[in-house]
Design a protein around this ligand. Sequence first.
Ligand code: ZN
Ligand code: ZN
Length: 494
Amino acid sequence: MAAKHRPFAPRQQKPAAKLETKAEEMEHLAERTALEALQDTLEVSCEWVQENLVALLKEELVDDALGKLVFHLRLCRPCQTELDSLKTALGITSPLPALDEPDTGIVDSILQDAIKLNASDIHLEPMRQGLRVRLRVDGVLHEHLKIPEYAHQSLINRIKIMADMNLAERRLPQTGRIRVRMADKDYDLRASTFPFQHGEKAALRILDRSAVLVDLGKMGLSADQLQEVHDLLHRPSGLLLVAGPTGCGKTTVALGLLKALDPVKLNIVTIEDPVEYVLEGISHSHVNRKAGLTYPEGFRHLLQQDPDVVFLGEIQDRETAEAALQGALTGHLIISVMHASDAVGAIARLRRLGVDPGLLSSTLIGVVSSRLARKVCAQCRQAASPSAEALRSLGLAPGIPGQFAKGAGCETCRSTGYRGREGVLEVLEVNDEISGAIKQGADEVSLFNTAVRSGFQSLLRSAASLVTQGVTSAEEALRVTSDLREMRGEDSDG
Ligand SMILES: [Zn+2]
Ligand SMILES: [Zn+2]
């Protein structure tokens, strides 16, 4: 990121790497302290600044006081006005060059902190007094910083400039995109402003390309599951689905599947809405509803392009579903995404859309489904002994051996006990039994039981396995599978 002049911002040039060594941990704490220094600087009052303006103009201020004053003046309009009238009164015409530089310090620092902490979203929210900065880390919001009211509009303006928004428009919501480069990595941010009662709020979503573009082998798949996925990807034709609820990592899994294909030997094409990540060697395209290029329409044309693999961004309706299945039937590998609770839920949803069970049973080859569980913080991990009740809910026998763990809470994990997330996955390979059950119109329960009988490791099982390995806590596994436990309870004999 361009940060030529940031004399008072914390020194934070480190990438958002995982804190592995003690030295890095110390560095991390030092940076946290620097952020507190920034907080100090921000809390300088207008009164104090105005009392010291004469000293500033006479160049009597040094170091700390000078820094704080200039920092404040760049952000605060009333104090700027005061300075201007003082200059006129004293007959001073020489400019103060430091004040002409735009303020990038706070916004840059917030972005750097957010990236360092692996945040997915940044919220700058006007409250009754000042601006609250919150970061969403591992799916949960945390307060990061409080900024006095005087700096509010300057910060929002800075974001609006970066996102190429209309600076003068404060009454209507706006959206834009910000591209930043930090520690040799590119980040895309989706920016959005909205006029709330106490002023404009900005929300930023960080799209970290490298975090999304994860190899299949690093997603949390077990060795068996990884093998199954590779087998499915080597099939010459069929429909392979990725299913899950919002925020479960579907995009990451779908991109991982595409990334695992050979773009040299295969013709891989996509139709998406919109294209978010461009993969080398793959031809991406996007729907254009205004021009009449819908998912099924675009997809049918793509099939004329001699593809081996087609990625269809999402199946939401019957027409798209049937187009995908027809494409799979005519000798192409089709990969697509569906909003559903899990693998069996996706099959049920396709049937509810009215898809022909015969067509479905003969073309669907597999469904991969995912959840994201927060990992126990490595810095404050300690042994845990989950209750028999919790174990039972996870389908585990009481007294089962395991390296159960939980986080005590420390500064690194901001007292949450968790840091980072791990994929919880299931891979449903449609074998003859499952295909037969689909054809006969079996209900979700019997579909699920058929799958389990043929060795299917469900999301709940995968979550339980992460608990016994101490990757996540029993509480977290229960949280991310809460909707599934009622629906997909296995008979506890297995
Ligand atoms: Zn002021
Ligand atoms: Zn911790």
